[in-house]
Design a binder for this molecule. Structure first.
Ligand SMILES: Cc1cc2nc3c(=O)[nH]c(=O)nc-3n(C[C@H](O)[C@H](O)[C@H](O)COP(=O)(O)OP(=O)(O)OC[C@H]3O[C@@H](n4cnc5c(N)ncnc54)[C@H](O)[C@@H]3O)c2cc1C
Length: 569
């Protein structure tokens, strides 16, 4: 049995920042199913928010209000306050760690505009911000190399719990297929989002809900799964992201008639309204037959920005257009459509990153979560651009501090190694032995298709019911699939099947919670209930897996400074 004081699952910004904190005093095992630098954080382009006020005067109060209004008042405001207050310190820390930020002419950290932010507060490294921060953190972590072991290309299967205490994880080495138990005094999940359940998504292949589902398996609910963010500028039919930084720098959105249609939907903020509003505006234009060439396509127009600005501020976006479409945005418009981008819901935590077991906030001992897999909830019903990298770093650090408070000086808990291993081996064997007629690839494609068309930007009761029925059918077919690779070494087929199992489950949670929430708020829009309904739905959804199926309980929203108000832009 492997032992570490603390085991962290995930090596994106949240996992890295947490490891950096914990490894000051304790021994850490950090596990990632892809190489750390391939974590989805590395794909983040546009920026990280903080009220530095380098371009225009700005305050944490304004950042707080924008975040809450952007989240349609579902955010827990005590957590938001601490998070936005921490932001400037976090940026300067990253700067001192060696993160290379773009600069103003007088040498300050430059800040650009982003959707829903009333001030330019996105700090950025051209359009490769996630990459720059991830590498800076990774380098820093190497300083603590004696107290950190990174398990590259290892897969976490399950949590080990004893009563109300978490004592480790069951994992396997993807290279050899060997299953191992890691005993730990504390476990941190930083496993990222789950956008891969949708046909059109900006998310990396690793974003498959493994963490959320492992937590659900041991009785932890999932908070607010119905809130999924669609980003307005995914590459047409492929979903690859063109950062909001393009619009932050001044790009236009045009419909098939060449009109800047945001005039109709958000006249004061235009292209820089929050993402949920812009994505719905695009979908409405396309549904009304005003897409470009009559297709589900909108144009992102950067031409007026000029070559110099594009080359300085948006070089990666330009390259993506050239590589994937042969289109140069200096001279031509880029074809885009809404793409599934961010999971506001996740493993419920309090503002100290302790995982909670119920709607009353009861803590699970020894289990922490941070980053996109967690729901604190600082983003409420819709996350503003550049607030997520901030979330990952702020709560990665916070999880680290909470882990140190909890785990220094305590003993290891009980782990029955044989039993824990057998549980996962049985699951492996079950999948290996399947010799049915169903294709897992077909099941995955059909899941993605139905989630996009029936549980996407626009939802209604009828579509959600069809979606749930379809998912039920896919779950049945999933049991009758066929595995072609029976080997153990780098058997990526097996891991993809396990991931598909997790995705089918999280899809069901999303659609179930979406069906129950008979209102429209943030990223969740019901055409049959187009208004926000604070009287009946100003609460978080806590979804529990029970022997009788999924059960949803409300959890109160914490409101401190700002009472819910109408959300107009
Ligand atoms: C294309 C794109 C651009 C974005 N741009 C921005 C931006 O400009 N600004 C902003 O604020 N936000 C942006 N976001 C959102 C932001 O990047 C993410 O929300 C954030 O980086 C998530 O960080 P994380 O550490 O929580 O997870 P991730 O970076 O996704 O890392 C997850 C980690 O968990 C590991 N993992 C998962 N499951 C397992 C398992 N079963 N076993 C072992 N390891 C596992 C993975 O290997 C990985 O290391 C963007 C997102 C995308 C997709």
């Amino acid at each position: 049995m492997i032992q570490h004081d603390v085991v962290i699952i995930g090596a994106g910004l949240a996992g890295m920042r947490c490891a950096l904190e914990v490894s000051k005093d304790l021994n850490v095992g950090m596990l990632t199913k892809v190489y750390p630098s391939r974590s989805h954080s590395g794909a983040a382009q546009g920026g990280i928010a903080a009220s530095l006020g380098n371009s225009e005067p700005d305050t944490w109060e304004e950042h707080m209000y924008d975040t809450i209004k952007g989240g349609d008042f579902l955010n827990d405001q005590d957590a938001v306050e601490e998070y936005v207050k921490a932001a400037p310190r976090i940026i300067y820390e990253l700067e001192h760690m060696g993160c290379v930020f773009s600069r103003t002419p007088d040498g300050k950290i430059a800040q650009r505009s982003f959707g829903g932010h009333s001030k330019p507060r996105a700090c950025f490294s051209a359009d490769r911000t996630g990459h720059a921060i991830l590498h800076a953190l990774h380098e820093q972590l190497m300083k603590n190399a004696e107290s950190v072991k990174i398990y590259n290309e290892w897969y976490m299967h399950a949590l080990i719990v004893d009563g109300d205490r978490c004592n480790g994880v069951v994992v396997s080495n993807i290279q050899t297929g060997e299953v191992e138990v890691i005993q730990a005094k504390a476990v941190v999940f930083a496993t990222g989002g789950y956008g891969r359940i949708f046909k059109i998504t900006s998310n990396a292949f690793a974003s498959t809900a493994d963490g959320v589902m492992a937590a659900l398996d041991v009785g932890i609910p999932m908070e607010d799964p119905e809130f999924v963010q669609f980003h307005p500028s995914g590459l047409y039919r492929q979903g690859i992201l063109f950062s909001e930084a393009a619009r932050g720098e001044g790009a236009y959105l045009l419909n098939g008639k060449g009109e800047r249609f945001m005039e109709t939907y958000a006249p004061s903020r235009m292209e820089l309204a929050p993402r949920d509003i812009v994505a719905r505006a695009e979908q409405s234009e396309m549904d009304a037959g005003r897409g470009v060439d009559g297709k589900d396509m909108i144009h992102l127009d950067l031409r007026h920005l000029g070559k110099d600005r594009i080359m300085e501020r948006l070089p990666q976006i330009r390259q993506l257009g050239i590589d994937f479409l042969g289109i140069d945005c200096i001279t031509d418009c880029l074809p885009i459509q809404p793409t599934a981008h961010y999971s506001m819901g996740g493993i419920p935590t309090d503002k100290f990153s302790h995982v909670i077991l119920d709607e009353k906030g009861t803590r699970m001992n020894g289990f922490f979560a941070a980053g996109e897999c967690a729901c604190v909830s600082v983003h409420g019903g819709n996350r503003l651009g550049t607030n997520s990298l901030l979330d990952a770093v702020v709560f990665g650090e916070r999880a680290g501090k909470s882990v140190l408070e909890y785990a220094v000086g305590i003993d290891y808990g009980n782990v029955n190694e044989g039993q824990e291993k057998a549980r996962v081996l049985e699951k492996f064997e079950d999948v290996f032995q399947r010799d049915g007629s169903e294709s897992y690839n077909d099941i995955r494609d059909e899941m993605k298709e139905i989630m996009m068309s029936h549980c996407g930007v626009f939802r209604d009761e009828e579509r959600l019911k069809v979606c749930l029925e379809t998912l039920k059918g896919l779950q049945e077919r999933f049991k009758k699939g066929k595995v072609t690779d029976k080997g153990k070494v780098f058997n990526t087929e097996i891991y993809e099947i396990l991931e598909l199992g997790n995705m089918l489950s999280v899809a069901q949670l999303i659609a179930t919670a979406a069906l129950r929430r008979k209102e429209s708020r943030g990223g969740h829009f019901r055409t049959d209930f187009p208004k926000r309904d604070d009287e009946n739905f100003l609460h978080h959804s806590m979804v529990f897996a029970t022997p009788d199926g999924l059960e949803i309980k409300p959890k109160p929203v914490i409101i401190t400074k700002y009472q819910p108000a109408e959300r107009t832009y």
